[in-house]
Ligand binder design. Structure first.
Ligand SMILES: [Zn+2]
Length: 129
């Protein structure tokens, strides 16, 4: 359900942008998904393919770029990148503690879910932007 809500929002945003550009079709959508959203890229793809059917996005490619999980450790006074892979809700949540000293940290990046860019096909001359 998490994925379908996010994908619905993305489809709405892209549809509006495509309409503003008078697009004939949407060819590609590029997303930046932070690791700390714990979204599974395979699930996103599957949900995207299902939910775009019958929309201007139907048949378009979804590119998912994974954003790093960056935290700030006040004990080290430094930014740290958390290294982990998370695939599926069955796994326990990874630790957000500092990988260097183990202290609690503040999350700086990794929770974003952004549309980085879209490629559309215009009516007529076939230009892609
Ligand atoms: Zn630290």
């Amino acid at each position: 359900m998490h994925e379908s809500g996010i994908i619905s929002r993305i489809i709405a945003t892209v549809t509006q942008a495509a309409a503003e550009q008078n697009a004939a079709a949407v060819l590609e959508v590029e997303l930046l998904i932070g690791k700390l959203t714990f979204l599974d890229p395979a699930w996103l793809q599957q949900t995207y393919q299902t939910l775009t059917q019958g929309t201007i996005l139907e048949g378009s490619m979804l590119h998912v770029q994974e954003g790093e999980a960056v935290v700030y450790c006040s004990n080290c006074a430094a930014e740290r990148v958390l290294e982990f892979s998370f695939r599926g809700c069955e796994e326990p949540l990874p630790s957000f503690n500092c990988p260097a000293c183990g202290a609690e940290t503040e999350i700086l990046r990794g929770t974003e879910c952004l549309i980085k860019g879209i490629k559309i096909k215009l009516f007529g001359n076939g230009d892609e932007i």
